[in-house]
Design a protein around this ligand. Sequence first.
Ligand code: ISC
Length: 354
Amino acid sequence: MTTGEIAVKLYFEQELPFVIYSKPNATKMIAVLQKNSNIYKPSQAASGFVFAPFKGEASILISEKHAEVFVETIDFLQNPKPFTPNASFSEMDKSSFEAMVTAAVTAIHSNALEKVVLSRKELVKTKEIQPYELFKRLKSTYPDAFCYVWYHPKVGCWAGATPERFLKKSKQTIETVSLAGTQLFHENTVVNWSDKEIEEQQIVTSYIQSGLQNYCSEVHISETYTQKAGNLLHLKSDIKGELLSDADFIKVIQKLHPTPAVCGVPKDKALEFIDKSEGYDRTFYTGYLGEWLKDFENEVPNSSDLFVNLRCMKMEKNEAELFMGCGITKDSSPENEFWETVNKSQTMKRILAD
Ligand SMILES: C=C(O[C@H]1C=CC=C(C(=O)O)[C@@H]1O)C(=O)O
């Protein structure tokens, strides 16, 4: 066991907050372990690791000031175990999800909305998995994702492997992505994207571009390309901008979050539709998480690196709550959208499999 692994075990036993994470393709794991169980808030003055919900103000900071930090080289990567996709779901889940999508498509056709991202959750029975073991499974299976296990005794334990960077800030440069559109990955098959998926991703790109307009002196958007994320493929563009010297990073976050990759356009109408239709509170699913005002690996202050909380689950002792959603546009097929959520659920089911 490494010193970091021992520390994570001790903090978990003592019910103290911590996060273990690793950035996409990184060779380091970072653990930030808070020495008390207070709930701290992120601010311009407090650095650490932030865990922010989909909506509302309930962001939680694992505060660097009250924490010990371990940065260790990852030496446990192994080939992921073979996995047979587990496409179990209840017929009720299927029909109610499809009815929700049908209502969204109708609302889009009547011009009430342009796009809305709808989600569902699924409970999966599991054996108890220790946090560090869970993190090892995540990083071994999805080395190119942002992998994390986060715990706070007053909130619970979350884990995930997200393919989506929300916002990175280093000096005055910010980086983000437009990620949307999903299909299953098939070995040796040429990838084609339909107009529906191209439009779905373009909506995200345009929203980010106009959102950054008042905060950046210049914004560069790459060509759209295909990104692999586990068993899935997404459409993606990289976006980079230079923040104006008086631009407030917190305001940029408030302007962009939640993007149409997880919410919709117009934002207020999409939020309303999600609230009245999904029938559950997303809490931290489709929120964001990551380094707040500190690059822990390189010990650089004032650098932030945030990711969207996707392909994630809330862990209880013997069960996990999995969350998955998909972007609905005028051309969405309710049944295809449901299968997309089933495909997305495999990302965490693979981690929970024995
Ligand atoms: C909302 C999710 O994915 C988003 C990110 C990528 C592709 C998406 C899509 O194709 O719908 C979603 O916008 C999720 O995985 O739960």
